[in-house]
Design a protein around this ligand. Structure first.
Ligand SMILES: Cc1ncc(C[n+]2csc(CCOP(=O)(O)OP(=O)(O)O)c2C)c(N)n1
Ligand SMILES: CC(=O)[C@@H](O)[C@H](O)COP(=O)(O)O
Ligand SMILES: [Mg+2]
Length: 610
């Protein structure tokens, strides 16, 4: 890390910043950048965004008095500098178990407020906090730092409507405008910000446009060079003194100060993974990823069917839609960080005869649940949702795990969910999904590399049988890529003389009747899913078996109903008991216990199945 005689080494908290000279502030910024590059290169995380807010964050902590004044970071991926200036300069073990979270974390510091990594929420918190301080009579400023990308989220405008409408609450909004989310930020707002940045004539020609914010009752200060610490400070001091809603428009460069990031055409080192700090050369994953498999198949499908269109919420590359856009630019839509609009506009596209494929990370679909339910499902529209990062992602913290989709989607009438176990099933299930034009379909898969392919040994209807031995002691229902884990469990139990059937339903909603039938014939049923244990596939299997009057003893192995602290996925799986030895141990113990029911002594259902 930095030279011990450096300026950063003297910073134990924001108070130490206030006495630094301009020269020391410049040195401090350089030291911070060096440590950011070194830490993210080694531990992963977000670099481009943090490099872009070094001067801004220094200025924030010199002008405002955190934690009395509240500093909110929208999305929170750009809060590393804030952490380094509030007593957490050591970024070693960033995002690892027990190390610093990659987002603000109240357990780490009184300076941290907003832990949710879902974008476009900070202005709403700011509105709420300002109202609370007005009621309590506390003289505290609320400052929300929001990126130009996060500002494209609808909730940000719901908040602006309230903040501006009140007109007298001292909310300070700092727009960190680097013109990008991952890619250049899409839409009319991005164009408006660009005109404000460049002092370009408004759409109607003539002088620079009036900032839209002022029309809403929020004063506008800017544009300000976000890398000139003194300029930012001056603007923030003016904003602080105003005592009413004000927006400071900071213009920054994503990746500023690290040429490999500044020159990164795809995402400015937004989330670069590991890389060589000296050259910026990123460490490539050894195997093919789920995202790459999806990306390639969708291009094939798009070439065969002109009705297929693709929608991203500002994540064209991370969700694998870049190849589809390259092939079909006129059929690809980046709606900004606006998942609700993505889904409702997909409903419009479907009503117009297209078949939209909405590609989002699982956790971000939570935000558009009502649109899935009331705009797509209610109208029985053919929209396909591709949920990447489904299941535990781990090091991005609790709000990034894709652990809720199988539960919340259970209640959507008519919606069908597929969970492929490997690339071959992904290709097939994606094609089956886009062929459905009278209901929403979902294809979900995890982050990272594809597992080896597992071909079935038999099939019962649409259900793949992956292993069987005919004794019908234990049925294991494998959801998606947990198929490999389930086959390991079957091996362990088999070695103990326990007969195990492993099936992969492929479509996990609705539950195939063959699964329910099988469940009713085995002494014990285990459903293994990379989703919360409550309200997922396991609960559905148990409910349906019960409704059918089948005495199934169903045990769901999944994620416990709590928020998981950040840690690598493998460590979290071990912590919650989702390893082969854990499952085999639980199932073996349950079998050793008293029989939960007498089994009919009839021919096993799978005998002679092809
Ligand atoms: C609701 C939601 N959708 C998508 C994301 C994924 N995401 C994380 S950061 C980011 C881009 C943010 O852009 P911006 O707000 O401009 O911040 P910058 O990285 O440019 O500083 C996106 C899309 C998210 N965190 N939340
Ligand atoms: C902050 C945010 O939401 C994204 O940048 C996310 O962290 C990326 O996750 P992946 O690294 O899994 O693409
Ligand atoms: Mg941005």
């Amino acid at each position: 890390m930095a030279d011990e005689s450096g300026v950063l080494d003297q910073i134990t908290g924001p108070c130490d910043l206030k006495r630094l000279s301009p020269g020391e502030l410049t040195r401090l910024a350089g030291e911070i950048r060096a440590e950011l590059v070194a830490a993210v290169a080694r531990y992963g995380g977000h670099l481009g965004s943090n490099l872009g807010v070094v001067e801004l964050t220094i200025a924030l902590h010199r002008v405002f008095d955190s934690p009395r004044d509240r500093l909110l970071f929208d999305t929170g991926h750009q809060a590393y500098v804030h952490k380094m200036l509030t007593g957490r300069r050591d970024l070693r073990r960033l995002r690892s178990r027990g190390g610093l979270s990659g987002y603000p974390c109240r357990a780490e510091s009184e300076h941290d407020v907003l832990e949710n990594s879902h974008a476009s929420t900070a202005l709403s918190y700011a509105d709420g906090l300002a109202k609370a301080y007005r009621l309590s009579g506390e003289d505290r400023r609320v400052v929300a730092v929001v990126g130009d990308g996060a500002l494209t989220g609808g909730m940000a405008w719901e908040a602006l409507n309230n903040i501006g409408g009140a007109g007298d609450r001292p909310v300070i909004i700092v727009v960190n405008d680097n013109g990008r989310s991952y890619s250049p930020t899409a839409g009319g707002l991005a164009d408006h910000l660009a005109r404000l940045r460049e002092g370009a004539p408004g759409r109607s020609g003539g002088r620079a446009p009036r900032p839209v914010f002022e029309e809403l009752g929020v004063e506008y200060l800017g544009p300000v060079d976000g890398h000139d610490e003194a300029m930012v400070e001056a603007a923030l001091r003016r904003a602080r003194a105003l005592g009413r809603p004000v927006l400071v428009h900071c213009v920054t460069t994503k990746g500023y100060g690290y040429p490999p990031a500044e020159d990164d055409p795809v995402e400015r080192f937004h989330a670069p993974g590991r890389f060589d700090p000296a050259t910026g050369r990123k460490t490539r994953a050894s195997g093919r990823s789920w995202t790459e498999a999806f990306s390639a198949e969708l291009v094939e499908i798009g070439a065969e069917d002109p009705h297929i269109v693709a929608i991203t919420a500002a994540m064209l590359h991370p969700t694998g839609l870049a190849a589809f856009q390259a092939a079909f630019p006129e059929r690809t839509y980046d709606v900004g960080i606006a998942e609700q609009h993505a889904v409702a506009s997909a409903a419009g596209l479907a009503l117009g005869g297209a078949h939209p494929v909405v590609a989002v990370y699982s956790t971000f679909l939570n935000r558009a649940f009502d649109q899935v339910l009331m705009d797509v499902a209610l109208h029985r529209l053919g929209v396909t949702f591709v949920l990447d990062r489904a299941g535990i992602t781990g090091d991005d913290g609790p709000s990034h795990n894709g652990m809720w989709d199988l539960s919340i989607l259970q209640v959507v009438p008519g919606l069908r969910v597929a969970a492929p176990r490997d690339a071959a099933r992904l290709r097939g299930l994606l094609r089956e999904a886009v062929a459905v034009d009278d209901a929403p379909t979902v294809v979900r898969f995890p982050k990272g590399e594809l597992p080896p392919e597992t071909d079935p040994v038999a099939a019962v209807g649409a259900v793949d049988v992956l292993a069987r031995d005919g004794t019908e002691d234990v049925l294991i229902v494998a959801v998606g890529p947990f198929a490999g884990l389930c086959l390991e469990v079957a091996e362990r139990l088999g070695a103990q003389g326990v007969g195990v059937t492993v099936v992969d339903p492929r479509w996990v909603q609705p539950i195939d009747p063959a699964v329910t039938e099988l469940a009713g014939r085995h002494r014990l049923v285990a459903v293994v899913e990379d989703n919360g244990r409550v309200g997922g596939v396991g609960d559905a299997v148990a409910r349906l078996a019960r409704d059918a009057g089948l005495p199934a003893d169903v045990h769901t192995f999944g994620i416990p109903q709590r928020f998981l602290e950040h840690a690598p996925r493998t460590e979290l799986l071990a912590e919650i008991g989702l390893r082969a030895d854990d499952l085999a141990g639980v199932l073996g113990a349950r079998l050793a216990g008293p029989r939960s029911k007498e089994r009919e002594t009839t021919t096993p259902i799978l005998e002679g199945v092809r």
